[in-house]
Design a protein around this ligand. Structure first.
Ligand code: G3P
Length: 218
């Protein structure tokens, strides 16, 4: 499973990348707004740190605007992946941009039908938002299961399932059990996964016993 990090925070991206936890980065207009920085500037800086795909989302809602913004954003760096919303214009932009050799991440996916349309439009990635479905008492993982079933029925579909809107480690584990290709993770969720009380307790006991030996390794 590929881990993408869902942030534009340079310090978080750098630290997690050094730990081998970053196969790519996703942003969206809200994440860029939170960064307080100009999109082109922060995307360029992220692309210089991370080798994998870095999603930059268009903000136009019409086809000509999406194409103009997507062609501008992809020129920032070779690993820029253009993010478009799952709308009719977004899928038309996806078809054109992917046909031009640009990676496209189709976002704001909430149904299996939408995911099938995105694959037909040549999406590199589809981003189903599991957390936002959970937020309205629908099981977001059911959507992932449905999409994986559909995509696996048709190997010719090359789109990778990029599970997004992840709220906690259980979402990640469930997505991995379903065989999702990618999960985009808030840095806090990755850090939560490091922690287990039995690990802490076991290490404490090891070090207490080691201290009794009076030895040191160096
Ligand atoms: O990249 C998509 C992701 O940022 C959405 O997550 O928490 O805003 O639903 P969230």
């Amino acid at each position: 499973m590929k881990f993408f990090v869902d942030t534009a925070d340079i310090a978080d991206i750098t630290a997690l990348n050094e730990a081998g936890m970053v196969d790519g980065v996703t942003t969206n207009p809200s994440i860029i707004a939170k960064s307080g920085r100009k999109m082109a500037e922060v995307i360029a800086e992220i692309c210089a740190i991370v080798e994998g795909p870095v999603s930059a989302e268009v903000t136009a809602t019409d086809l000509p605007g999406m194409l103009a913004e997507g062609r501008y954003l992809r020129d920032i760096a070779k690993n820029v992946c253009i993010k478009v919303p799952l709308t009719e214009a977004g899928l038309r932009a996806c078809k054109t941009l992917s046909g031009e050799g640009t990676q496209v991440n189709v976002t704001l996916c909430f149904s299996p039908g939408q995911a099938l349309l995105a694959a037909k439009a040549g999406a590199t990635f589809i981003s189903p938002f599991v957390g936002r479905l959970d937020d309205i008492a629908q099981d977001g993982m059911d959507l992932i299961a449905d999409i994986m079933t559909i995509y696996m029925n048709y190997p010719a579909l090359r789109t990778e399932v990029l599970v997004a809107s992840i709220r906690h480690p259980i979402h990640l584990i469930q997505a991995a059990k379903l065989g999702a290709h990618v999960a985009t993770l808030p840095p806090a969720v990755i850090r939560q996964m490091y922690k287990h009380p039995l690990t802490d307790r076991g290490l404490e006991a090891f070090l207490a016993d080691w201290k009794k030996t009076g030895q040191s390794i160096l």
